[in-house]
Design a protein around this ligand. Structure first.
Ligand code: MG
Length: 209
């Protein structure tokens, strides 16, 4: 396996639909170095018009005066171009990384001259990894607040991009330490030999009939 850079991302948004809503605040943490960036895009008239009122309640955009840090087009482009360098070829990690990835792709597409970075096609999902590592029901996926409780991490600023990204990063560090302590092997997938007995989904389905 390669030692790809792992970048933890969290976005706060104007709603849940990446086709309709947009990023109001983005934080990225380099899991290896702990270095972080916060990016606050200036919202356009159409972003405000399409926003879900519920989203403002969750992310407290106005209460926290996030808009005071809003970046104009040029500063936003520069910040996204820098983040492009972090994410291109990296593993994207998050508490709910598919959600973050969808919003990031649209943000880069719309507002970054460099276009959309190519992060690795497998996302590091704290929720799924935590359920598996702690031997919980793997299909009852815990939210970030539950992951933090299970890993003993305090989220100092929940529902802010940086608070959530840093809490996620700390959970991932503890998860990795937990796996190291357990002495779990680090398999070399390139040299992986298939098991002698192969699992057949169709045979298993037939057996259940
Ligand atoms: Mg968040």
């Amino acid at each position: 396996m390669s030692d790809r850079r792992v970048i933890v991302v969290d976005v706060e948004t104007t709603g849940l639909d990446p086709a309709k809503h947009t990023v109001v605040e983005l934080a990225a943490v380099d899991l290896g170095t702990g270095d972080h960036r916060v990016i606050v895009p200036a919202l356009r008239r159409e972003d405000l018009a399409a926003a879900s009122p519920r989203a403002w309640t969750v992310n407290r955009y106005f209460e926290r005066r996030v808009y005071e840090q809003a970046m104009g087009e040029s500063a936003l482009n520069d910040a996204l171009c820098e983040l492009f360098g972090w994410l291109d070829g990296a593993t994207l990690a998050g508490a709910s990384p598919a959600f973050d990835a969808a919003f990031l792709a649209t943000l880069f597409e719309d507002r970054c001259d460099a276009g959309v970075p190519t992060w690795h096609h497998r996302l590091a999902d704290l929720s799924a990894l935590t359920a598996a590592a702690l031997q919980k029901d793997p299909l009852k996926l815990p939210g970030l607040d539950v992951c933090c409780a299970w890993w003993g991490v305090e989220n100092e600023a929940p529902h802010t991009a940086l608070g959530d990204a840093q809490a996620t990063a700390e959970c991932l560090r503890r998860l990795r330490a937990h796996c190291d302590d357990r002495g779990s092997v680090r398999p070399d997938y390139e040299g992986h030999q298939p098991a002698s007995e192969r699992y057949s989904a169709s045979a298993a389905a037939e057996a259940r009939l």
